[in-house]
Write a protein that binds this ligand. Structure first.
Ligand code: CA
Length: 264
């Protein structure tokens, strides 16, 4: 089905078409449930190209052309993942991300115009799970979106299995409740994005052990290409800002290590 872009519409739906996983050679681990993706992007050509590409994966894609429509569509659709442009008319992608995340945690892949913009956004604590700089290939966009969905699906399976919840990690005044996916420091709850949480747990299960950026990228992002190491650095910055800089040590040229705080 072909939909013509119409800026008057609040949002445009692209229903799933026949999946063509085999056609483009991407990893094809099946995603067992129907996937709904919200695309918030004001450039019609890009929005339409993304939506058609996602529909070809067998997913349902809906496009919102400005920030407020994006927030509204997220509340209505309850999407599995949001692909969000930063520069939007009305409220920008940063504010859209905050409002969507405040409503309900959902993985967000943010589209930026420049590499250094990614650093700035993470510094601001926007809470996106991954970042891609324009121009990007549709193939990479799909691969990263799948990676986000796999991580969420894994977390959901662990939560549903319910029999033996993973034990909480306690390190000094830091408590990481893996069953509830909650973190506190000195008794204060710290709100982390799903990616920040996964990154923290990955580091904290092997305290004082240096993990390379590539290893973290593979374990947390399920992303085999090393091109996303900037994403790792950005999320480390966000964790330090939220939990305290003392908790994660940088080993220059190597990677990062979790340093349990000393009991007061
Ligand atoms: Ca834009």
């Amino acid at each position: 089905m072909r939909r013509v872009w119409n800026p008057c519409l609040m949002a445009t739906s692209y229903p799933a078409t026949t999946p063509d996983h085999a056609a483009h050679g991407l990893r094809t681990e099946p995603l067992t449930t129907a996937v709904t993706v919200l695309v918030v992007e004001d450039e019609p050509d890009i929005a339409t190209a993304i939506a058609h590409r996602l529909a070809a994966e067998g997913w349902t894609a809906e496009v919102a052309g400005d920030g407020l429509s994006g927030v509204e569509a997220a509340a209505r659709l309850r999407p599995d993942v949001v692909i969000l442009d930063v520069m939007l008319p009305g409220i920008d992608g940063l504010e859209v991300c905050r409002r969507i995340q405040a409503e309900r945690p959902v993985p967000v892949l943010m589209l930026t115009a420049r590499d250094d913009e990614t650093d700035i956004l993470v510094g601001l604590g926007v809470g996106a799970d991954d970042y891609m700089t324009k121009p990007f290939s549709m193939r990479e966009l799909v691969a990263r979106t799948k990676s986000l969905l796999r991580r969420v699906s894994r977390a959901g399976q662990i939560a549903e299995a319910g029999t033996t919840p993973p034990p909480a990690i306690v390190a000094g005044d830091v408590q990481i409740d893996r069953a509830q996916r909650r973190v506190s420091r000195a008794g204060e709850t710290v709100h982390l994005t799903p990616t920040e949480f996964d990154l923290l747990v990955t580091l904290a299960v092997t305290p004082r052990t240096v993990l390379t950026r590539e290893k973290l990228l593979a374990d947390v992002w399920d992303w085999v290409d090393a091109s996303g190491t900037r994403t790792v650095d950005s999320h480390i910055k966000a964790l330090r800002r939220k939990l305290g800089a003392d908790l994660i040590r940088t080993v220059h040229g190597v990677g990062y290590a979790f340093e349990p705080p000393v009991d007061p």
